[in-house]
Write a protein that binds this ligand. Sequence first.
Ligand code: C2E
Ligand code: SIN
Ligand code: SIN
Ligand code: FE
Length: 351
Amino acid sequence: MSKWKILIVEDDMDMHEVTKLTLKRFDYLGKKLEFISAFSAKEANEVLLVETDIAVVLLDVVMESDHAGLSVVKFIREELGNHNIQIILRTGQPGQAPEGDVIRRYEINDYQEKSELTNQKLKTSVITALRTYNTLIKVQEQKNELSKLNRELEESQEEVFYILGEIAESRTPTSGNHVKRVSEIVEFLAIKAGGVHDEDIKHIKRASMLHDIGKLAIPELVLNKPGKLDTGEFDVMKTHSDAGYKMLRNSSKDQLRIASIIAREHHENYDGSGYPDGLKGEEITLISRIVSIADVFDALGTKRVYKEAWDYKDIVAYMKEQTGTKFDPGLMKIFSDSIDDIIGICKRYPD
Ligand code: C2E
Ligand code: SIN
Ligand code: SIN
Ligand code: FE
């Protein structure tokens, strides 16, 4: 069973003994006290560095210097950044009590003059201090739990986006990493392109995983046809953009709304020759222009039921040739300048 740790900081030996004697039989919430003694500010700071779960400090003001006690307070609040420890200052004489603003600034929780220190008063102070300490610790534990939960939710959300994206990509069990690579490349290019907030980058990365979610609506015979699609079949295939948009557009969540735009626009071309709307240049959302580059780059490098994987050399040559027609020239400059990094991303997530 753990105990409440009480640090007694005093240069006067007798005060240590009197204090321990007074609080000997004390318990709070079924836990007893454990006393740690320090005889100077320097010693107190050394103890505080090691003992991270001290609940209360009973702190003499004047020790090796007139303000030694206050230096311990500063150490606790400012250097250790510990705002949970309850500090009870104990002054030898009335004149030594710190001013009100010092008490507030350094979060000193109580102070007493030693001459007035009856047993009952000390016990009351310690109870109050432990009650506050216990509440602060509980609050902190809850905060830690919440941020852990938050992290787990974030991670599972990313996982779900990823799985959905993968399912849509071919609806057959696949070990492929197309969705992962596209989202990594999109994140990389979005950061390089600039002007997007960190928080939005995270959303964009996830949203890009769903760019082909509309393929869920495409009949198996077309989706997995092991050869070239005829015109009619390709017309069916093209409906995956609008289908994906419709699946996601009614969401009130930012990242799903971004995903719906990406789903709709990721096959638009810079010169207006793409589908479904023939949007041109900056009419196409920046993030969709980025996804288009990442998607085609990775699709060409990957074996599909209808095609073999291309060499990077051929992919880059093709994409250069399509700059200004299919792809945004400004983004392609960033892409070309970073081609080694992008190939590196692809190699990290092989099929
Ligand atoms: P996907 O396989 O993810 O390909 C995405 C995009 O990468 C294509 O969009 C296209 O811009 C580019 N791409 C992929 N493979 C090639 C290629 O061999 N040559 C060239 N020049 N570009 C390529 P696109 O064309 O709008 O196609 C959208 C989706 O339609 C493709 O996604 C794929 O699922 C399907 N698809 C396209 N052509 C065929 C095909 O001949 N047979 C089959 N079974 N599916 C096809
Ligand atoms: C103290 O001596 O620790 C208090 C200092 C002050 O009141 O400025
Ligand atoms: C966003 O930052 O939320 C979207 C930005 C974009 O689509 O360009
Ligand atoms: Fe697509």
